[in-house]
Design a protein around this ligand. Structure first.
Ligand SMILES: [Zn+2]
Length: 296
């Protein structure tokens, strides 16, 4: 197991916090532009209201929002707090991943999993970035873009072969096998349910012949989650997403606002389930299934 000195760890973690904020800023662009089929590279960021370009010194992640009090410096139109919120969230999650690779003489806090290989840290950053885009695009548009779900499958397979320790493996072939198995374990069962239920619902006349009983985006997202986390992660993400969905639905049901639940998409629950798995899978497997040695 690799370990770095506490000083070096601190420098790396401060870098991760800043880098995470910058990535979060880019994720904001992706969340806004990908569903509109716009380039995420050009044009540069501009105010939605007066169309003026935002100079770099007004575009510093997190800080600019607070310094400019959430307003455009040119026309004073308000920006949503969500932009800064996503930058903060990304920065925070990048730091949490660093905490899973503790320095010499320390253990991961909050019962987090321990990452044995520093190369897995940036891979998990990539994975988390994809989950953040999927979550917020799904909130906004009720879709999960293919560039995130199918792109995530491809990225998951390639990165698993490059960094097999992501799946607790040392050979690249085993990393690749774990990733493809995870992708299929997530994708195939739900695709089977989707095809079957669509056939049945069409026969029963519950839906039209050009409609489907389930969305396809969530199924592709589960495939991408499996490509990064293996079959256990894919299965866990599905089960825990249903669990989180139920928990969130209870207050709406009790207060008689049943209609509001339909306005919450499923992708964010899947992302939350996948995060739970990345952070605590060792504990979950140990305490609930007794499958592993006690985590260190
Ligand atoms: Zn403006």
């Amino acid at each position: 197991m690799q370990q770095i000195s506490p000083d070096l760890w601190l420098i790396c973690t401060i870098f991760a916090a800043c880098f995470g904020a910058c990535v979060g800023s880019f994720l904001n662009v992706c969340i806004y532009r990908i569903p509109l089929d716009q380039s995420v590279v050009t044009p540069r960021s501009h105010c939605m209201s007066c169309n003026s370009l935002i100079p770099w010194y007004h575009n510093i992640p997190i800080f600019s929002y607070f310094i400019l009090k959430g307003k455009c410096a040119n026309c004073k139109a308000s920006f949503s707090f969500r932009y800064a919120g996503i930058e903060l969230l990304t920065s925070f999650l990048f730091v949490v991943i660093c905490c899973m690779f503790p320095p010499k003489g320390a253990v991961a806090p909050l019962y987090l999993n321990t990452i044995p290989d520093i190369a897995a840290v940036p891979v998990l950053w990539v994975f988390i970035s994809g989950l953040i885009i999927a979550t917020f695009v799904d909130f906004d548009h009720f879709i999960i873009p293919d560039s995130v779900s199918i792109g995530g499958m491809v990225a998951g397979i390639i990165l698993s072969a490059l960094v097999p320790s992501l799946h607790g493996q040392s050979l690249w072939t085993n990393g690749l096998i774990a990733s493809v198995t995870g992708l299929l374990a997530g994708f195939l069962p739900l695709q089977f349910v989707r095809v079957g239920s669509t056939f049945l619902y069409r026969k029963l006349g519950r839906i039209d012949n050009d409609e489907y009983a389930m969305g396809f985006g969530d199924i592709k997202l589960i495939g991408a989650i499996g490509a990064f986390t293996g079959w256990q992660g894919a299965v866990f993400a599905m089960i825990s997403a249903a669990f989180y969905g139920t928990i969130i639905a209870i207050p709406f049901l009790v207060s008689g606002r049943k209609k509001l639940i339909d306005r919450i998409p499923f992708g964010p629950y899947l992302a939350l389930g996948a995060l739970t798995w990345i952070f605590w899978s060792e504990r979950i497997l140990y305490f609930y299934f007794g499958l592993l040695r006690p985590p260190a």
